[in-house]
Design a protein around this ligand. Structure first.
Ligand code: PLP
Length: 392
């Protein structure tokens, strides 16, 4: 059976596919159907902070699957209760709404912000990515994602990222919330300045708007802290998480502070939300992140790795940016051919837009594996590549 032909025939068509069939993984390594191995710096697009087939996650999922997979939130459940308590303990938030993806976490936060402030407007940033359902998409900036689906939800505006003055102009007595990523991921791996984040919190507090921090990509150790906002002493009113929250299983959550007024029964809900299987996986993931000190690992490995990348003598590189092991290499030209060349070197990398190579390796990656990635990048970026098909 030709897997690629079969999938190409029946897949929805909304994804740009690479010419690779991935069938297994272990740690930071992925295997294709011919047994060829790759160092994985795609990291499931941010889902794979713990690496592939982590034994603690495999065990948590298999033993919970034998006990109870599904249980709606109309009943209490041991795994869900423990997870909600743990997430609040780790973030100093007071309540948790559990769902199944990042965009749902954002959707929930936007609804909670509108409902509890009684205001309509949401201020987001240019280059922001918050997801693709209608509410989250309205906060997302990229025209390519938005334009075919207009009209989107009214009341959204976008200000330049890292510009406190423009933010101050945009937030009024009609603003329900400001939503920001701490490092813009899809938009090109742009870290926020501390001044911008501090100003955002201050402006929100002064004007009675809520501050929603989207940690879907930056969360769970990726940037060298459990959550990136913790680096800046922020106290967000709502935090959106997803991606690596459950060791690879689909899950998302909106973490809710005391400053959000109590929510009413029926305002929101999800059939799969807070299911015991994902909750057990998430509890196990949080334990691994703590025991294996993954945030510290991301901080240390990331700093050394970014230094290696910065010293690559290639005139193609405009800038190396990032935080922890969330890294962007901006080129002066399109990255698609270089991503293809990296695959030929046995390394899978992502893009972020047309000109940025994005690296999201599992935080369990070995230093020697990162050395190989840096060497391959040097090889590829010091030799011009022919144009290939667009990657995104
Ligand atoms: C990926 C992402 C989302 C959307 O998450 P999905 O699980 O794909 O719906 C939202 N916000 C940010 C910052 C993301 O990186």
């Amino acid at each position: 059976m030709d897997i690629q032909a079969l999938e190409a025939q029946y897949t929805s068509g909304v994804y740009a596919k690479r010419d690779l069939t991935i069938v297994a993984g272990k740690g930071a390594i992925l295997y294709d159907d011919r047994g060829r191995e790759y160092i994985d710096c795609v990291g499931g697009q941010g889902v794979g902070n713990l690496g592939h087939a982590h034994p603690a996650i495999v065990k948590a999922i298999s033993s919970q699957a034998e006990r109870l997979i599904t249980c709606p939130e109309i009943f209490y459940n041991d795994q869900r209760a423990a997870l909600q308590a743990r997430l609040c303990e780790l973030t100093k938030m007071s309540r948790v709404y559990l769902c199944n993806s990042g965009t749902e976490a954002v959707e929930a936060a936007l609804k909670f912000a509108r409902a509890t402030t009684g205001r309509k407007n949401i201020v987001a940033a240019m280059r922001a990515f918050h997801g693709r359902t209608m509410g989250a998409l309205s906060a997302t900036y990229n025209k390519k994602y938005r334009d075919p689906f207009e009209p989107l939800v009214p009341g959204f505006s976008h200000i330049p990222y890292n510009n406190p003055e423009k933010l101050a102009e945009a937030v009024t007595g009609e603003t329900a919330a400001v939503i920001l990523e701490v490092v813009q991921g899809e938009g090109g791996v742009y870290p926020a300045t501390p001044e911008f984040l501090e100003a955002a919190q201050k402006i929100c507090r002064e004007r009675g708007a809520l501050l929603i921090i989207d940690e879907v990509q930056t969360g769970f150790g990726r940037t060298g802290r459990l959550f990136a906002y913790q680096r800046y002493g922020l106290e967000p009113d709502l935090i959106c998480v997803g991606k690596s929250i459950a060791g690879g299983l689909p899950m998302g959550a909106a973490l809710i502070s005391e400053r959000v007024r109590p929510l009413s029964i029926g305002w929101h809900g999800s059939t799969f939300g807070g299911n015991p299987l994902a909750s057990a996986a998430s509890l196990a993931a949080l334990k691994v992140i703590e025991e294996e000190k993954l945030p510290e690992r991301a901080e240390q490995l990331g700093a050394a790795f970014r230094e290696q990348l910065t010293s690559i003598p290639s005139p193609l590189i405009r800038e190396v940016r990032g935080l922890g092991l969330m890294i962007g290499i901006e080129l002066k030209q399109k990255v698609a051919p270089y991503i293809q060349a990296m695959t030929e070197q046995g390394i899978l990398v992502l893009n972020a837009g047309m000109n940025v190579i994005r690296l999201l390796p599992p935080l369990v990656i070995q230093p020697e594996q990162l050395d190989r990635v840096a060497q391959a990048l040097e090889t590829v970026l010091t030799h011009p590549q022919a144009e290939t098909v667009e990657n995104n």
